[in-house]
Design a protein around this ligand. Structure first.
Ligand code: GLU
Length: 421
């Protein structure tokens, strides 16, 4: 009898658990602690109405999951996407716990999501949705308890609405309740670029180790949102030739190189990079399999699988997205000598500068962009080296090493705090 196929969200949740279990096994964790770290602390599902532009009322479903708060307040983005499910948000919340632990910022992990199609909604509808969703999950939120940030299809404007809604309920301004805000209301310089910049710092470390000269390297970028487009531009500044870029509507390929800033401008005008002139169109699947030095998946989870992993030809795979590689693909990539910089390390620059933003808000300080970038580089390179050392010592791949580091830190904090009461 054939079992019911799992949904994408369930598969993602299984994948996150599998990685956790491998690390727990390496660390020889007690089974009680293992159970404690495995399950989300709290999950909130909300159904809420929004008045649409045509006068109708539409009911949306949203989630906020706090996976773990042992090392500090729950931290993690909010995504708006038609495929959002509780299982997906759960997996992403766990990833945030491990990510914050890898870079050793004093946060736990959380994630939120609303099932909606933001591309089909007006700005006014998105504002209404954001303000009502914020109100519904406000029992969780607070600068000391749970701090959202942007994720897929949310941005600084979304964070401004969240900050304003929360502040209106309180009766005073609370900038520290969200990060990734506009600079004018307490956002940090360098936050917008941070996920991509952090990812590029880890690529530089990996390239140094492999003896790869980035000024002669080629890169393929999947996804052209905040992380993908800025990674393309930062790599371009280092002399990397960007040979292909894509978004949800398809990709553009030119072996001679694509100017990433012009590709972004084209996307701004037409809604996609796929039709970028002076380049051939290419599908999102085909793009992943192009011969290149650097492959940067910067869109959604589950795009590198056991099916296409044997055909991945990149030298370095830097996961700017969360969960782009399935666990079955990992051993194939490892055997084929693809240097994987795992998501919880490669994209941790975003939450690292979120931490800087939160600190600035709480202290009412303002750091210069140079200061932010210098601190970010220190944390990313130090974390990369820590993961690298574990990989060498334990003879495991970089992903397993990152999980060993992260799970070990959260387990230590859990043991020190003990079980209440
Ligand atoms: N959404 C980003 C991530 O997945 C940023 C989270 C944050 O800054 O809290 O890492």
């Amino acid at each position: 009898m054939e079992l019911l196929a799992k949904t994408k969200g369930e598969e993602f949740q299984d994948a996150a658990l599998r990685l956790f279990n491998i690390a727990a096994e390496h660390l020889n964790l007690d089974s009680g602690i293992r159970e404690k770290l495995k399950w989300p602390k709290r999950e909130l599902t909300v159904h809420f109405p929004v008045k649409m532009d045509d006068g109708s009322i539409h009911v949306f479903v949203g989630y906020r999951v706090q996976h773990n708060v042992t090392r500090g307040p729950a931290k993690g983005g909010i995504r708006y996407h038609p495929d959002v499910t509780l299982e997906e948000v759960r997996a992403l919340a766990a990833l945030m716990t491990w990510k914050c632990a890898v870079v050793n910022v004093p946060f736990g992990g959380a994630k939120g999501g609303v099932r909606c199609d933001p591309k089909k909604m007006s700005l006014r509808e998105l504002e209404g949705l954001t303000r009502r969703y914020t109100t519904e999950i406000s029992v969780f939120l607070g600068p000391e308890s749970d701090i959202p940030a942007p994720d897929v299809y949310t941005n600084a404007q979304t964070m401004a609405w969240i900050m304003d809604t929360y502040s209106m309920h309180k009766g005073y301004s609370v900038p520290g309740v969200v990060t990734g805000k506009p600079i004018a209301i307490g956002g940090s310089l360098g936050r917008k670029e941070a996920t991509a910049r952090g990812c590029v710092f880890t690529i530089q470390e990996a390239a140094r180790e492999l003896g790869l000269d980035l000024s002669r390297a080629t890169a393929v970028i999947q996804g052209y949102g905040n992380a993908g487009s800025i990674a393309a531009m930062l790599l371009h500044e280092l002399g990397v030739r960007i040979i292909a870029v894509s978004d949800s509507r398809g990709g553009a390929f030119n072996p001679k190189g694509i100017d990433p800033a012009r590709a972004l401008e084209h996307k701004g005008k037409t809604g996609t990079v796929a039709t970028f002139p002076e380049a051939d169109r290419i599908g999102n699947q085909e793009l992943l399999e192009l011969p290149c030095d650097l492959l940067v998946p910067a869109a959604l989870e589950g795009v590198i699988t056991k099916e296409n992993a044997p055909r991945i030809k990149a030298r370095i795979l830097a996961e700017a997205a969360n969960g782009p590689t399935t666990p079955e693909a990992d051993p194939i990539l490892f055997a084929n000598n693809v240097y994987v910089i795992p998501d919880i390390l490669a994209n941790a620059g975003g939450v690292t500068v979120s931490y800087f933003e939160w600190v600035q808000n709480l202290e009412m300080l303002h750091w210069s962009e140079d200061d932010v970038n210098r601190r970010l580089r220190d944390i990313m390179t130090r974390s990369f080296q820590e993961v690298r050392e574990i990989a060498a010592k334990e003879r495991v791949d970089m992903r397993t090493a990152a999980y060993i580091l992260a799970v070990g830190r959260v387990a230590e904090a859990t043991l020190l705090r003990g079980v209440y009461p």
